[in-house]
Ligand binder design. Structure first.
Ligand code: A2P
Length: 305
């Protein structure tokens, strides 16, 4: 799909973008090259993905004019106190002089000093190897106050958030220092986690929703759902296209991740689902129960309650 949606800044954002979480090294480079060749004009990365170098190199090598591509990156939790510096570092790795969208990756700040491997672009772990968060004496309200100054520098065209619940957004919008409404909220959405209330809330505030892990993340568990397989067969399309078309039909940005050139290509070919098929996909969560599949045990999700 070459369709675009409008951000509250007036900018256009291509509805289907390439996700790059877990795309490593040369895979990330090749994925972005393949995507841009196939007509994608929207690439989503983040400092924590540790692939900004490869993503930026592919953008450069693709020969596609920079102005035609919508690029998003994200502020990692260890740099909530210094988003301007973090953005400079991301731009440096990307080899770009601006991004189109800069997101606060999580409404959680992590103490960089608590990181034992010395790499601030990592998630602190406990002695037993499990993930731990160290919520410092800081709030995402302060982070947002610093972030909302960034569009003035021209280094990002827009700022937004990610992994924000309705309550997080309400707190942010009601905060004293708030001057800007986030342009976007990027969250986990797929047929097992439809996020209907969050989508409605963001729509009412003119915050664009972006769906990450739209296929259910690693190994795309959604694509084994009998309902999806049946609809794919009936329409003579790939199961991935069915799920991505369902997202597109719901009217928000969808960011399928793939490093496979064939899947990258088909993922962008959205089609119109019949009302009946659309409803059948809506019913998956009603029948199976809602399920977070990304970081189900990671404590930042406590904040969604
Ligand atoms: P790969 O990168 O090898 O294609 P999500 O977008 O929900 O995060 O899902 C990403 C996962 O789904 C990755 O494991 C990715 O693997 C796989 N994937 C992406 N597109 C498709 C597709 N069309 N069919 C099957 N698996 C896919």
């Amino acid at each position: 799909s070459t369709k675009s949606l409008s951000l509250n800044t007036g900018a256009q954002i291509p509805q289907v973008g390439l996700g790059t979480w877990q795309s490593k090294d040369n895979d990330a480079y090749r994925a972005v090259m393949a995507a841009l060749k196939d007509g994608y004009r929207h690439i989503d990365t983040a400092a924590i993905y540790q692939n900004e170098d490869q993503v930026g190199q592919a953008i450069k090598d693709s020969g596609v004019p920079r102005a035609e591509i919508f690029v998003t990156t994200k502020l990692w939790c260890t740099q909530h106190h210094e988003p301007a510096k973090a953005l400079d570092q991301s731009l440096n790795r990307l080899g770009l002089n601006y991004v189109d969208l800069y997101l606060m990756h999580w409404p959680v700040s992590l103490d960089a000093n608590s990181i034992r491997d010395g790499n601030i672009l990592s998630v602190p772990t406990k002695e037993d190897g499990s993930r731990a968060v160290d919520i410092t004496n800081w709030s995402f309200i302060k982070t947002w106050e610093l972030m909302q100054e960034l569009p003035k520098t021209g280094k990002t065209k827009a700022v937004g958030v990610s992994n924000f619940s309705i309550n997080n957004l309400k707190d942010l919008l009601a905060s004293q220092g708030n001057k800007l409404t986030p342009a976007a909220n990027q969250v986990e959405i797929h047929p097992l986690l439809p996020q209907n209330e969050l989508i409605e809330f963001c729509k009412s505030k003119k915050i664009i929703i972006e769906a990450y892990s739209p296929l259910g993340s690693t190994n795309a568990p959604l694509l084994r759902e009998p309902v999806i397989l049946e609809i794919a067969k009936k329409n003579n399309v790939q199961p991935g296209q069915v799920v991505i078309s369902w997202h597109a039909q719901r009217g928000y940005v969808v960011l399928p991740k793939s490093v496979n050139p064939d899947r990258i290509k088909t993922n962008r070919n959205v089609f119109t689902l019949s009302d009946e098929d659309f409803e059948a996909i809506n019913n998956i969560a009603k029948e199976e129960g809602e399920k977070r599949v990304v970081h189900p045990n990671w404590s930042p999700f406590e904040i969604f309650k």
